[in-house]
Design a protein around this ligand. Sequence first.
Ligand SMILES: NC(=O)c1ccc[n+]([C@@H]2O[C@H](COP(=O)([O-])OP(=O)(O)OC[C@H]3O[C@@H](n4cnc5c(N)ncnc54)[C@H](O)[C@@H]3O)[C@@H](O)[C@H]2O)c1
Length: 346
Amino acid sequence: MDHGFGIIGTGDIAAVHARAIGTIANAHLAGVTDIVRDKARAFGEQFNCNVFDSASALVNSPEIETVCICTPSGTHLEPALLAIDAGRHCIIEKPLEVTVNRCRTIIEAAKKKNVLVAGIFPMRFLDINMEVRKAVESGRFGKMIMGDVYVKWFRSQTYYDQVKWRGDPEISGGGAVMNQAIHSVDLLRWMMGEVKEVSAFSAMLGHHDLDVEDTAVATLRFENGALGVIEASTAVFPGSYKRMEILGTGGSVITEEETIVKWEFSEESDLDNEIRLRFSGEETVGGGVTDPKAIKDTGHIRQISDMVEALETGRPLVIDAEEAAKAVEIIEAIYKSARTGMTVSL
Ligand SMILES: NC(=O)c1ccc[n+]([C@@H]2O[C@H](COP(=O)([O-])OP(=O)(O)OC[C@H]3O[C@@H](n4cnc5c(N)ncnc54)[C@H](O)[C@@H]3O)[C@@H](O)[C@H]2O)c1
């Protein structure tokens, strides 16, 4: 069966969705829409698909089974509800929405209508992160001790000035943590398990006239007792690759983007050398260190394929809305702690 996709919001990330859909044999991009008509028209020409006059026309098109929501973060809810009410499945860009309450509204609506909603976190679908997760699942780390992620990037003042919603907390939900580091926050939780407590600081250090943080540090206590750190910035030139450290009594793994910096376990397996060689660095792309558009399509291709497979087989999505909302919950706790100076329990 061929699966028809629609896209609401034809900005930067929409092109990744369109290209990804184009690579999937039994899927096609049926149509797009944007509140800026000319943008939608140009996008429709580029990707050779219908252009709808409104989100409501798009979601009611019989050709469209799944709607990709690619509008600014704090405007995911309304088009998502339109699509869900029309009985369409959704793939919603990160963050699912900018508050836990808005996420819950999406989750409840999807449950009522019995439709699938996926939250985009492409890093989970990358081979390197799936290998780390396999090592976690098979208990190779022993007792988990620390889990840390570092997203120290650079975004110019122009990056914020040109696209106003990025500096507006109502629409972006926040700055360096909600908008950039959220991928790593999700990955860290996937590896380490649920977060129990958070204590954080945030600041605006390298930009001006923004109401969101460009730098934040958070310390975490996970439910399994391990401790961890999240550091995020968009103010440090020239920026560094995203780094993750998963450390236990039985082993340590350190990655930077898709490169393994350290992969050592007290009990070496036959495959460890192969894994170290496979992720020795050739595959690493900028990953958005300084250029927000330097994103590989691989994760999106796999995540949209996951939706197609879930539709065909009836199996659950890898990242459903409930799962995607957990990162928003952690980030809300980070912001609350930074605001109040208190440790926040989740
Ligand atoms: N997964 C990733 O790596 C990644 C990367 C970048 C952005 N994103 C996420 O994707 C979303 C969009 O980001 P972007 O950088 O593409 O933003 P953008 O500003 O480039 O594009 C957003 C588009 O949505 C349109 N729009 C706004 N409100 C609309 C509405 N109600 N109906 C229809 N169209 C509407 C705008 O006109 C614009 O064309 C954000 O949630 C962002 O966090 C994800």
